[in-house]
Structures are given as structure tokens and as C-alpha cells.
Design a protein around this ligand. Structure first.
Ligand code: ADP
Ligand code: MG
Length: 311
């Protein structure tokens, strides 16, 4: 990807693009007078994701990552800006016009248990989107389709009749992933899908995302609060701070040559497997209070598709 990113040409070639996305919360009239304070949860965010590409979106809790993901999938309306899918502007489309896009764009959430229905067998849960879109076929076809999805996420199809509480966290996330790929989507927002899992399981789920990407040609927005797994999975990374993207670029560039102090702090926080290096590792601290991006700051190109926010 070159510096043509963020141009109209880049949007035309991308699977997903957002332009100048913003989301304000608050501002509503208060009962005792005055208005609630306005929070810019997402502030002038633009990026492109090419077909087959994985973009990592990283930042501390509250930086606006989930809001960006939800707006991208039109689960929430933006306060401003545009969402393009395969070059088509899909911002604010009606429910019925959005229906074909809904099939193509799926989301996986952080807490694999909360997203499951405790009273539904996991087989029924995975079959549900097929039913909604009239794609389940007859009884035995439906059974076969769900079994096939279970195999794709390395779950034994005999587990179909079980309930969510019978599974481990990693297995539950596999069930959610099976449901997300049921309609053969092109694009998946994975919103901190490994954060709630044991560290020992996290790499397995990252591997599953990688295998499915290769097998099914998926494109991901992969949201995380730190950079630790990002380099194994993502082609590019966007670093978000208080609603703004402060740095974006290819993984190699960001890891080798981080430019924004916040990116540098995130990188210094990653544990190193070598105990000698780990002992002497000094995390860089970043004080958001004194380092807030100014409203007039813009993403400046550094070459090779690497951009940093500067005033
Ligand atoms: P992240 O996913 O990076 O942790 P979020 O996108 O969830 O961040 O939230 C960004 C900011 O927007 C936070 O300050 C959060 O409190 C606020 N926020 C998110 N959703 C809402 C909402 N529905 N109403 C009001 N504020 C919200
Ligand atoms: Mg979040």
C-alpha cells in the first residue's frame, strides 16, 4: 500500500473504507437544565482495508475502537462521515437496502459467553443466520451445513447438541466464529476476540483467524487493546487515542519505526520472551492528559503508507 491510501482511488479498490467518521455522545438536555457534556468517541477517522487484508485497530480502553467497528457495520449511525463497501457508499441505507450487506459483514465480540444464547444449543445458534437468510435447506442439509461450520473452526460436530455452559472460553469463541462465517461473509470485525481468553488459548484463536482468512479469503478489522498479537495476524495497524487515529501503517513500519509517542508506549509494553531482555525492559509511559492530539493535527505521510498524526 502506498501513499495513495485515503484517496478516492484507494476507496474504489478497497473492500471497506471509512472517511472522516465521527461519533458524538452526550449533548442531550438534562432534567435539571443545561446539556450533558459532548464526548467525541470517534473523531475524523479515515482508513481503507484492501480485500484479503487484516487491519489491526489498537488503543487503550475507551479510545473509540468498538464504536468505530459498530459504525462500520452500521449497527450504529455515525454523527458524520461515510462508510464505503466495495466502493459503494452505504452510509445511512435503509434496513432493506442494507440487508445484502449484512450478510457480507459480520462481527465477533470480546466476551464469547455473553454473545451466546444460554438456552439455545450451540448448533441452533450457528444455524440461526442460515435460517434468517433462508439458506438452511431441508433438515439434513441444515445439519450438514452446521457440521461443516463446526469442522471449519475445529469443533467436533457431535458438540452441536450441547449448551454454551458446557464449553470452555476458547470453544465458545470458536462457536461464535462458526456463526460469523455461516453466511460466507467477505468482512469480519473482530472486537477484542481474544482479550477475555486465557493467554494459553489466545494464540490458538489467532491461528484460527489466520487459517480462516487463508481458506475463505476473509478481510478483517481486528481490534485489540495492545500490540502483542497484532504482528502475527495483521498486515497493517492503526493506533487509536481518544477517538483519533494517531498512527497507521504497515506492521513492519510501525514495529520497527514507531513515530507517535503513544505507539512507542504501546510497543514498549509488550513482554519479550527472552527473560534477560524482559528483566531490563523499561516500559515507556505516555501521559494522555498532557499529550492529547490537537484538533488541528492531521495525518502526515512518512512514505510507504505510514502516517503519523502531527499538528
Ligand atoms: P473502546 O472500544 O476503544 O474501549 P468505545 O468505542 O467502547 O471504546 O468507547 C469510546 C468512548 O465512547 C468511551 O468513552 C465510552 O464511554 C463512550 N461510549 C461508547 N458507547 C457509548 C454510548 N452508547 N453512549 C455514551 N457513550 C458511549
Ligand atoms: Mg471496545
Amino acid at each position: 500500500m502506498s501513499d495513495i491510501s485515503l484517496s478516492p482511488a484507494a476507496a474504489a479498490q478497497s473492500l471497506v473504507s471509512v472517511r472522516n467518521l465521527s461519533k458524538l455522545y452526550g449533548g442531550e438536555k438534562r432534567f435539571l437544565g443545561g446539556n450533558a457534556p459532548i464526548l467525541k468517541a470517534v473523531n475524523d477517522v479515515s482508513f481503507d482495508i484492501a480485500p484479503g487484508e487484516t487491519l489491526g485497530l489498537v488503543g487503550e480502553s475507551g479510545s473509540g475502537k468498538s464504536t468505530t467497528g459498530r459504525i462500520l457495520l452500521q449497527l450504529e449511525a455515525p454523527s458524520g462521515g461515510d462508510i464505503l463497501f466495495k466502493g459503494q457508499n452505504i452510509t445511512g441505507l435503509s434496513k432493506s437496502l442494507l440487508k445484502p450487506y449484512r450478510r457480507d459483514m459480520q462481527i465477533i465480540f470480546q466476551d464469547p459467553y455473553a454473545s451466546l444464547n444460554p438456552r439455545m444449543t450451540v448448533g441452533e445458534f450457528v444455524a440461526e443466520p442460515l435460517d434468517v437468510h433462508g439458506l438452511s435447506g431441508n433438515r439434513s442439509e441444515r445439519q450438514d451445513r452446521v457440521a461443516g461450520l463446526f469442522k471449519k473452526v475445529s469443533l467436533d460436530p457431535s458438540f452441536m447438541k450441547r449448551y454454551p455452559h458446557e464449553f470452555s472460553g476458547g470453544q465458545r469463541q470458536r462457536v461464535n466464529i462458526a456463526r460469523a462465517i455461516a453466511l460466507d461473509p467477505a468482512f469480519i470485525v473482530a472486537d477484542e476476540p481474544i482479550t477475555a481468553l486465557d493467554v494459553s488459548i489466545q494464540a490458538q484463536i489467532v491461528n484460527l483467524f489466520q487459517d480462516l482468512r487463508d481458506e475463505l479469503g476473509l478481510t478483517y478489522l481486528f481490534i485489540a487493546h495492545d500490540l502483542s498479537m497484532i504482528r502475527y495476524l495483521c498486515h497493517r495497524v492503526a493506533v487509536m487515542l481518544r477517538g483519533r487515529i494517531v498512527e497507521i501503517g504497515p506492521c513492519e513500519a510501525i514495529f520497527a519505526n514507531p513515530q507517535h509517542p503513544y505507539t512507542q508506549a504501546l510497543l514498549s509494553a509488550i513482554p519479550v520472551p527472552d527473560p534477560d531482555i524482559e528483566r531490563s525492559r523499561k516500559p515507556i509511559t505516555f501521559d494522555v492528559g498532557t499529550n492529547l492530539p490537537s484538533e488541528t493535527a492531521q495525518l502526515q505521510p512518512l512514505g510507504g503508507g505510514h502516517f503519523v498524526l502531527r499538528s
